[in-house]
Design a protein around this ligand. Structure first.
Ligand SMILES: [Mg+2]
Length: 166
């Protein structure tokens, strides 16, 4: 089912190097808005920055794959020494395809993002391990509405993952 994530976490910070390695993931593609940083923030939280450092130090490749064309995501990537693919057009495959080409030597790619209909769907269509995280901050009614529309899939995904564990 293309709208169901392979893994659900509360925050990117839950994706410790140990957990990623346990899943065999050596390249982590990351959505930017509301995954790394809220729309309303200018700087990421200290927790996110520490998490990024720990993953980078573990040797796992990190790459932002964002639908935005310019602005915050590439600036953040450059400042923090992380690869970045913009205008990814998730759930379409432009960015995912580019990432698969760029990391052709990787054993397993995963994509973490806060949206079912773009991030999870885009990852699943591309055959990339899909990880759903909670959006950092739903600051307006449209984001909240969109999130409401995703809730049945999130609930289904949670149920399926619980079943998988037993
Ligand atoms: Mg997002």
């Amino acid at each position: 089912m293309l709208l169901l994530p392979d893994l659900i976490v509360g925050s990117v910070c839950d994706l410790t190097p140990e957990l990623l390695e346990w899943h065999g993931i050596d390249t982590l593609l990351m959505d930017f808005d509301n995954t790394i940083m809220a729309y309303t923030e200018d700087v990421p939280s200290q927790d996110v920055l520490s998490w990024l450092e720990s993953v980078k130090n573990s040797g796992i490749c990190l790459c932002i794959v964002s639908n935005t064309k310019r602005g915050r995501a590439p600036a953040f990537a450059e400042k923090n020494g992380i690869d970045c693919i913009t205008a990814a057009k998730k759930p379409f495959q432009r960015g995912v395809r580019e990432a698969k080409k760029r990391y052709a030597g990787s054993k397993k790619l995963a994509l973490v993002g806060d949206q079912i209909y773009t991030d999870v769907l885009g990852a699943n269509i591309g055959g990339v391990f899909s990880i759903l995280t909670k959006p950092i901050h739903l600051h307006n009614i449209w984001l909240r509405l969109r999130n409401d529309l995703e809730k049945p899939w999130i609930a289904w995904g949670r149920r399926r993952l619980r079943l998988d564990e037993t």
